[in-house]
Design a protein around this ligand. Structure first.
Ligand code: SF4
Length: 133
């Protein structure tokens, strides 16, 4: 058994959390008492942080609905499809028909790029953040 100190990746607070590892599997998560942000506490997401890691329901590759059924596709196909649908929507209904949600699980740089893509690439200010969902 090993406890590995890390940062919770569910939101931007950055709470300190230990992941308990047994036989190459993460089996638990608990707060770091000395971490300057969380000081021995976690919200419910942090306490359950370990549960998604080995989940069989976890998405590990892009899926695209074809003939009413989700099917695995390459990243190229998924991105091409998404880009074409965004451009189609923009052309048909205007840029403000599109809205984008950024994520606390992304880095600052990724969120910066997403707002640039939204404002400059898609011509809309409709960008918000998952914290306000
Ligand atoms: S434990 Fe909760 S508040 Fe802390 S980083 Fe994770 S999600 Fe955010």
């Amino acid at each position: 058994m090993q406890d590995i100190m890390t940062i919770c990746n569910y939101c931007g607070c950055g709470c300190g959390v230990y992941l308990r590892v047994e036989q190459d599997r993460v089996v638990g998560s608990y707060p770091s008492k000395n971490h300057p942000i969380s000081r021995g506490t976690l919200c419910s997401k942090g306490w359950h942080l370990h549960e998604f890691i080995h989940s069989e329901k976890r998405l590990t590759r892009p899926l695209l609905r074809k003939n009413g059924k989700l099917q695995p596709v390459s990243w190229e196909e998924a991105l091409d499809y998404t880009a074409s649908q965004l451009l189609k929507t923009k052309k048909k209904y205007g840029p403000d028909a599109i809205g984008v949600l950024a994520s606390a699980k992304c880095t600052n740089e990724e969120n910066y790029l997403l707002q640039k893509l939204t404002r400059v690439g898609l011509d809309t200010n409709n960008i918000d953040h998952c914290a306000r969902l």
